[in-house]
Write a protein that binds this ligand. Structure first.
Ligand code: PEP
Ligand code: MG
Length: 599
């Protein structure tokens, strides 16, 4: 919490009649408390700079806008050319989509409206695009015809491209907000979260989103207090209002009274004290009371999280979610660019292993740099996600593998493949690895010639076939986030069913146990990198299943270590057996919490 927040609150109090304090509840997805001025982002609108322009600058601003239109049109022509190389059924859909986007850019209501707004309202082109899009969206929302109402997505797409082209001069979303700002939106995507600099953004809250979606995971990794699935949020906050986000209890307070701010401040200080105490464990090895040594690694998404992993005392990067390198940009990163990013992380880990997962876009993680490869899907979580996309786009996969192999010349790396469900998929990825090794060796590029090739076990199919998959790969990484989602058929990012998402369901626990046992029988290393790993509530259970390698968001590592230091691994094993005998998740939860109290 920023003390300046209180000052802002005071200043505002003198301005206008004070608006009453209001409380909202949601899912506290990332612990911590933050108070600051709200920055409200409208749904479907990218965060853009807004400013007024002088009368004599109008023509230049319109010319700048037209340049962005021309650039957008030529980008779409480029995408159309690329689409022709795709299989006909995909190319057909894409052609249709891109034609619609072209229409939006030629003399349309969007383009005409933006020019009129620059001229009449004298606002900058980016802001004019946003305002015009809002107006069109409102008009569409009132339409009875579902087909026409659905066309708003095309307008949004075209507007997004225009804004990106207008702001391509290095504009960083949220960069203009005052430090400690709380971002408020209907929806915050993982790609939006990747743009949040914790030096500026103090926390966020959104109406949509579940605790296990990637937006929540990013918030935890960045240590940003966050509340998602906030009911009644729409229209309740104005930019500049003071808001308090309580990521521990899942609360949002709008226009908090001084007494409320003081109460939250006390709780925030207590949390900080606890963090400082835990930081003392940094150099201590994670060994249970009876001598079981556990390796604790970190999950990171963005290169700038490396410092957090180092501070937490990570023994390696157990999961690098490489998809974030592909987000918020027009073209996917080149092999060289990926190499440089990975090399920095490998160098930073100074000899500790770095596990780089190949691209896992699809489902809730979308990257418009890959737009031409991904067509909208009715069931994106069951669609062209992760390894399925990689195998369909060999050039992307091979560039990524090459970057990992090259980074491997600087320190130990491992390749990890997401969403594997069959031995065949592993064989195809291995072929791509072998081919890339041959290419780089011929070119005398220094590489790691034998990186371990592991797979995520994150679908029920993979868990149940773990013994078969074990024969084809070098290690397993248990992805309990997706494993829970696919086993229970619960969307991990949907606040409406968030209460049903339960990794303690007997089916999920049996699958974890089954896959762990299969790895042990095959003498295959196995780790767990789902969110279960970072919650000390589950540490005894996981040790009890025989797991000795856990990877988690950096802020969670010290708490999990503290828990391990207090545990007895043999007692944990008996506890895990007892859990597996149960038939109800509620009973399992009681036993889990009871064991925690008693040890
Ligand atoms: C998982 O599914 O548990 C996992 C670690 O991968 P992600 O959260 O990136 O899907
Ligand atoms: Mg996953």
């Amino acid at each position: 919490m920023k003390t300046e927040a209180a000052a802002v609150a005071e200043a505002r109090a003198g301005e206008s009649p004070r608006r009453p304090e209001r409380h909202f509840t949601g899912l506290g997805v990332s612990a911590g408390i933050a108070v600051g001025p709200a920055h409200v982002v409208e749904r479907g609108l990218i965060d853009v700079p807004e400013y007024r322009i002088e009368a004599d600058a109008v023509d230049a601003e319109i010319a700048r806008f037209r340049e962005a239109v021309t650039l957008s049109v030529s980008q779409i022509h480029g995408l159309q050319a690329k689409a022709e190389a795709l299989p006909e059924e995909v190319a057909g859909q894409l052609r249709y989509l891109l034609d619609a986007h072209l229409l939006m850019l030629s003399g349309s209501r969007l383009v005409r409206g933006v020019e009129a707004r620059i001229r009449d309202a004298r606002i900058n082109a980016e802001a004019a695009v946003q305002v015009q899009l809002s107006e069109i969206a409102q008009a569409f929302a009132g339409m009875e015809d579902a087909y026409l109402a659905g066309k708003i997505d095309d307008v949004r797409e075209a507007s997004g491209r225009l804004v990106r082209n207008l702001t391509r001069a290095g504009y960083q979303a949220f960069s203009g907000v005052p430090p400690g700002t709380i971002v408020i939106a209907e929806e915050i995507t993982p790609a939006d979260t990747a743009l949040m600099d914790p030096a500026r953004v103090g926390g966020f809250a959104a109406a949509l989103g579940g605790a296990e979606g990637h937006t929540a995971i990013m918030a935890r990794s960045l240590g940003l207090p966050a509340v998602l699935g906030v009911a009644g949020l729409k229209g309740a906050v104005r930019s500049g209002d003071i808001v308090a986000v309580d990521g521990v209890r899942g609360g949002l307070v709008v226009n908090p009274e001084e007494a409320t701010i003081a109460r939250l401040e006390r709780r925030r200080r207590a949390l900080e004290r606890r963090e400082r105490q835990l930081a003392r464990l940094r150099q201590v090895a994670a060994v249970s009371q009876d001598g079981a040594r556990v390796t604790l690694q970190c999950n990171i998404e963005l290169p700038n999280e490396l410092a957090l992993a180092q501070e937490a005392g990570a023994e390696g990067i157990g999961l690098l979610r490489s998809e974030f390198l592909y987000m918020n940009r027009d073209e996917p990163p080149s092999e060289d660019e990926q190499y440089v990013a990975l090399k920095d992380i490998v160098d930073g880990m100074a000899g500790a292993p770095v596990t780089v997962r190949t691209l896992d876009v699809g489902s809730d993680k979308l990257a418009y740099s890959l737009g031409e490869h991904i067509t909208p899907s009715v069931n994106p979580a069951l669609g062209l996600r992760a390894v399925r996309l990689s195998l369909k786009t060999p050039a992307l996969l091979e560039a990524q593998i090459a970057a990992i192999l090259r980074a491997g010349a600087h320190g130990p790396v491992r390749i990890l493949v997401p969403m594997i469900t069959s031995v065949d998929e592993i064989r195809h990825v291995r072929k791509a690895v072998d081919k890339t090794i041959r290419r780089l060796t011929r070119a005398r590029v220094p590489i790691e010639p034998e990186p371990p090739l592991g797979i995520m076990i994150e679908t029920p199919g993979a868990a149940l076939a773990a013994d078969a998959l074990a024969g084809a790969c070098d290690y397993f990484s248990l992805g309990t986030n997706d494993l829970t989602m696919y086993t229970l058929a619960i969307d991990r990012g949907d606040e409406q069913v968030a209460h049903l998402y339960d990794p303690l369901h007997p089916a999920v626990l049996r699958l974890i146990r089954f896959a762990t046992d299969a790895a042990r029988r095959a003498r295959l290393p196995v780790n767990l990198c789902g969110e279960l790993a970072g919650n000390p509530r589950f540490t005894a259970m996981l040790l009890g299943f025989g797991l000795r390698d856990l990877s988690m968001a950096p802020p969670h590592l010290p708490r999990v270590k503290q828990r391990i230091l207090a545990l007895d691994a043999e007692a944990a094993a008996r506890h895990a057996d007892e859990l597996l005998d149960q038939s109800e998740a509620g009973r399992i939860a009681k036993l889990v919490d009871g064991f925690a109290k008693g040890s």
